[in-house]
Design a protein around this ligand. Structure first.
Ligand code: ZN
Ligand code: ZN
Length: 270
């Protein structure tokens, strides 16, 4: 059976609390051999590390999600250093910039202006990049409606930190700019959606070995589970659509995506 990895999962979320053991078992039974649980704040990162300590097939990424930065302290570098040195922490993130829903568009965020919000996202993204460079780790990057600012912040670090632009749904030209910075992309179940042809076009243009697969679970369950809770086992359904799109065998896709993940997250090599 071809082996795949889920390189971006939120296994610490309460969505998985009730049936966690079965979630892990179903993943293993589907050939999803390794899973990376991504932190979205310091507590979430610590929970991801606890899972990684308990399950040999789970690894952790530690960081603070850009959409949630207003709750963050001004300087999280010491915490990132401490978490990043943990043997099961394989990268920092998810970090980056997300301008999709600015405070001015959200009635509940009264008192925060868009510029303050963007400045705080940029400050925290920079802290992740600085600590990643120090610790020789890569970064899991979340980018939405903020491509130019994200690339501009990553560029000065491009010779020492690689980024994976996770849940990638931009066009081939953007993918090429990212690969040119020695970074890479990763694709979710959006590739299986009826309206996901733009993502399939980008996958067709992305060389094997330059992208990874992920669920971003509990979100974005692939067809035929669309709309339900997503879980790592569903990388299988994603891999079938991606192999068709690349016109390659599942074995070739397995070899290329696992090698890309092991190069990007060297600590997952056992
Ligand atoms: Zn994300
Ligand atoms: Zn995520």
């Amino acid at each position: 059976m071809p082996i795949f990895y889920d390189t971006h999962a939120h296994l610490d979320y309460p969505d998985f609390a009730a049936d966690f053991e079965q979630v892990v078992e179903r993943a293993q039974a589907a050939g999803i051999q390794k899973m990376i649980s991504i932190g979205t704040d310091l507590d979430s990162s610590r929970r991801a590390i606890q899972l990684a300590e308990k399950y040999p097939c789970i690894y952790a990424v530690a960081g603070w999600h850009p959409s949630d930065v207003m709750r963050a302290p001004d300087d999280i570098r010491d915490a990132l250093r401490e978490l990043g040195r943990h043997p099961r922490v394989v990268a920092l993130g998810e970090t980056g910039l997300d301008y999709h829903r600015l405070p001015s568009q959200q009635p509940e965020s009264a008192g925060i202006d868009d510029q303050t919000y963007k400045r705080k996202q940029a400050a925290l993204f920079r802290q992740h990049l600085e600590v990643a460079a120090e610790l020789k780790l890569n970064c899991v990057i979340h980018q939405r409606d903020a491509l130019e600012d994200t690339l501009a912040q990553l560029q000065p670090f491009a010779d020492c930190v690689r980024g994976v632009f996770h849940c990638f749904a931009d066009d081939a030209a953007t993918m090429k700019r990212i690969l040119a910075m020695n970074s890479l992309v990763s694709f979710t179940g959006i590739a299986t959606f009826k309206n996901g042809q733009n993502v399939r076009d980008t996958i067709a243009a992305t060389p094997l070995g330059q992208f990874m697969l992920e669920t971003d679970c509990p979100y974005l369950a692939p067809v035929p589970y669309r709309g339900k809770r997503c879980e790592p086992a569903y990388v299988k359904e994603l891999s079938e659509v991606v192999a068709q799109t690349k016109n390659c065998s599942l074995e070739e896709l397995s070899t290329a995506t696992c090698a890309a993940a092991e190069t990007f997250f060297p600590k997952i090599k056992s």
